[in-house]
Design a protein around this ligand. Sequence first.
Ligand code: GAR
Length: 191
Amino acid sequence: MRLGILGSGSGSNMQAILDAIDAGHLDAEIALVLSDNPDAYILERAKNRAIATGLIDCRGFRSKFPDEAQAETAAALREAGVDLVCLAGFMRLVKQPLLDAFPGRILNIHPSLLPAFPGLEAWKQALEAGVPETGCTVHQVDAGMDTGPTILRAKVPVQPGDTPESLHARIQEQEHRLYPEAIRIFAAGIN
Ligand code: GAR
């Protein structure tokens, strides 16, 4: 199973996937890491492991993922022989033509118990809503924002005195366990 990872930030989820591969818990290989952010630490992490990297040129748009950039991303992933695309902290909305290039083969991790709190800074949304628990979800990507069939979810209780940072840190601990496991389950189902 050749994985293509798309990320915009630190890449701790990609690191967790790499660690699971190294530990023999996930039979996969990261073939390519792409980012829309040239300064993203996820690119450093990949380069440190001699994994191929590339930049997604979003033509100066702050949050849009233009069609041309989606087509280029699909071509790069195809060329790298990617079987499964994993969004790992990727902050742009994937649509056609990228969705069409990998039908049913794009996964995302989101820091809430979807369908609750889609969109940005879901941990902050959960705190502001005063819910007793939140968590994280790995799901198949469709054309919606943080919609698509769920593969796995993990719950995280909100504790008294939680700040956005403390809550996000506890959610991330669960993400790092959940994402490799969800990829393993998903890959077993398509092989
Ligand atoms: C993760 O918490 C991930 O769930 C979230 O961004 C963080 C990336 O961390 N993704 C989203 O909010 C997507 N809607 P990482 O770069 O350290 O993996």
